[in-house]
Design a protein around this ligand. Structure first.
Ligand SMILES: Nc1nc2c(c(=O)[nH]1)N[C@H]1C(S)=C(S)[C@@H](COP(=O)(O)O)O[C@H]1N2
Ligand SMILES: [Mo]
Length: 550
């Protein structure tokens, strides 16, 4: 009696839509919404919710990055072409991950509806659908970096649970089809008819939904409770540097009120990465392997770093995805071990020209070897602004390389350095259409006034930040309404690897006005006017904004 009927879908809908009471053709849209197809779709959604939530709950006991939702999202990110990454960051900024989750939820919801309908019409196809869903999730779980095959277990159990729930719900629907009076909510005429109804179906679906929500929330809370990496980070004591940072002179901050703080607090530091779930690494487990074209492989643990001759310095980081006038840049004081020293321990073989650094979650960056060896003090950083690295910024160890965009240098949660050649390996974003090298382009940003601001006539303070890491900023010029370029007042420079702020006094007359700014770097080169998109190696062009003076 649980067998699906062999009627064609068309006939089957007819047989159900003509219960004794209802006249064909007189159905309201509301009625059709709760027809068998809609109910089957609902069953599909409930089953998918069970697959994901059960896996999420059991996943709390496995690697956090390997729970289905996180693994699926991460896989999606890995397949993101450069234009889409650029679009996502341009549109959603640092909310790009939230946008991804919303997109995923909608996609899963639609697929689950299809799954339910297919299962109702042909059970074998429904089974296939659930197994396919399980297979896709398992596939994306086990292909994550540093994930063990056993991490597939939560998904396997979730898939089995989803299949059972789908069978249970679809069976209720088949019964309704066999007894149309039941579907219509009429009293049973046929004594054979089991006591089930549309109401019972909704009750079962409701219970499933509630149980899924509880399981998913429970899984989340359990994972959080089981992780003590955040506490360990909070109580980590940083050693004093052998070479402390140069003292910050007075006057680094722009005199114009409202300009970004010269030193970016950790909480305000921009965050860009492919990690949907921040990797949680215990310092006891952390190890860096240095290998490839080296005389001897080197393995460093966290204690080795604490014991090393650490240096401290202010370095401004910049993201290649930062548009002209964008804020994907920050300036912090970093504490770490010079990468130069680590490479010396390993000994570099002839022919190497690149170091491929890889994070625990599979991101990688290709950094020119000479940049890691010269006196710009590229480091394996463990401290940021006097604290251990925040989890989102790479705890316990990340790379900080002055002068290069983050995507080719600033590997967070770094665990592997392979000394190699540009000709032999490609980094994460290079494989996805971005460039293999990424020196930071000279950029002047106007922060005050804001674009389209209304300002009172008279003396108006213009101000902002400029950067050209490793070359330094020697001049910022401002142009009003296409007039002459006039030099702004530069704030004090700390070093060529930190950004430099500026301010400019403008006698503003009423009406609309256009402000432009450009910087000159330490080599004397003026920032290019030529507009370029962030893809493939960073945006360029002069920022231009309109303000209204009243
Ligand atoms: N592991 C890992 N490290 C990473 C990335 C990443 O996706 N994964 N993104 C890089 C990019 S593109 C940038 S701009 C910087 C940003 O560092 P922040 O988030 O600390 O500002 O990190 C770099 N390091
Ligand atoms: Mo970036």
């Amino acid at each position: 009696m649980d067998k699906p009927s062999t009627q064609t879908p068309r006939a089957e809908e007819l047989s159900i839509r003509t219960p004794a009471r209802t006249q064909p053709g007189k159905q309201t849209p509301a009625k059709r919404l709760s027809g068998p197809t809609a109910l089957a779709a609902l069953a599909g959604v409930a089953a998918a919710a069970v697959v994901l939530s059960v896996a999420e709950l059991i996943g709390a006991f496995f690697t956090a990055r390997a729970t289905p939702v996180i693994a699926l999202g991460s896989t999606f990110i890995d397949f993101t072409p450069p234009w889409m990454k650029d679009f996502a960051i341009a549109t959603f900024g640092t909310n790009d991950k939230l946008a991804l989750f919303v997109g995923m939820a909608v996609t899963i919801l639609l697929l689950a509806c299809v799954l339910g309908i297919v299962a109702y019409r042909k059970w074998a196809l429904g089974v296939l659908g659930v197994l396919l869903m399980g297979a896709v999730i398992v596939g994306s779980v086990v292909t994550r970096a540093s994930v063990k095959p056993l991490d597939a277990i939560p998904t396997l159990i979730g898939t089995a649970a989803g299949l059972i729930v789908l069978r249970f719900l679809i069976t209720r629907l088949w019964r309704m089809r066999q007894w149309p009076d039941m579907e219509a909510g009429l009293a049973a005429k046929d004594p054979e008819r089991p006591a089930t109804s549309r109401r019972a179906f909704f009750a079962a679906t409701g219970v499933t939904a509630a149980a899924s929500a509880i399981a998913a929330t429970g899984g989340r809370l359990l994972s959080a409770a089981r992780s003590n990496v955040a506490q360990a980070r909070d109580s980590l004591q940083l050693p004093a540097p052998a070479k402390p940072a140069a003292a910050v002179p007075a006057g680094v901050q722009s005199k114009t009120p409202g300009v970004t703080p010269w030193l970016t607090p950790n909480n305000d530091f921009y965050r860009i990465d492919t990690a949907l779930s921040v990797p949680e690494i215990n310092v006891q487990d952390w190890e860096l392997r240095v290998h490839g074209l080296v005389d001897r492989e080197v393995r460093l643990n966290f204690q080795d770093l604490l014991d090393a001759q650490l240096i401290e310095s202010h370095v401004s980081l910049t993201c290649v995805s930062n548009p002209v006038a964008g804020n994907l840049a920050g300036n912090a004081k970093w504490l770490g071990m010079p990468i130069r020293d680590v490479l010396k321990m390993a000994g570099i073989k002839d022919g190497a020209d690149m170091v491929l650094s890889t994070s625990i979650d599979g991101f990688s960056a290709s950094t020119p070897l000479e940049v890691l060896q010269d006196d710009r003090d590229a480091m394996l950083a463990i401290g940021m602004n006097g604290q251990a690295l925040p989890l989102e910024h790479g705890y316990p160890v990340r790379m900080v390389v002055p002068g290069l965009y983050g995507f080719v240098s600033a590997t967070k949660w770094v665990v592997d350095l392979e000394v190699t050649r540009f000709a032999d390996s490609k980094a994460y974003w290079t494989q996805r259409g971005w460039s293999e090298r990424g020196p930071i382009k000279t950029m002047a940003r106007v922060e005050v006034p804001k674009s389209f601001a209304k300002v009172p006539a008279g003396r108006v303070a213009i101000g902002g930040t400029a950067w050209a890491q490793t070359r330094g900023i020697t001049k910022v010029e401002v142009q009003i309404d296409g007039g002459p370029w006039t030099e702004a007042v530069l704030s004090t420079e700390l070093s060529v690897v930190t950004w430099r702020q500026w301010s400019f006094d403008w006698e503003a007359t009423p009406g609309p006005h256009y402000i432009k700014a450009r910087a000159t770097d330490g080599t004397g080169e003026v920032q290019t006017e030529k507009r370029a998109d962030p893809v493939p190696d960073g945006a360029s062009g002069w920022q231009s904004l309109m303000v209204t003076v009243e």
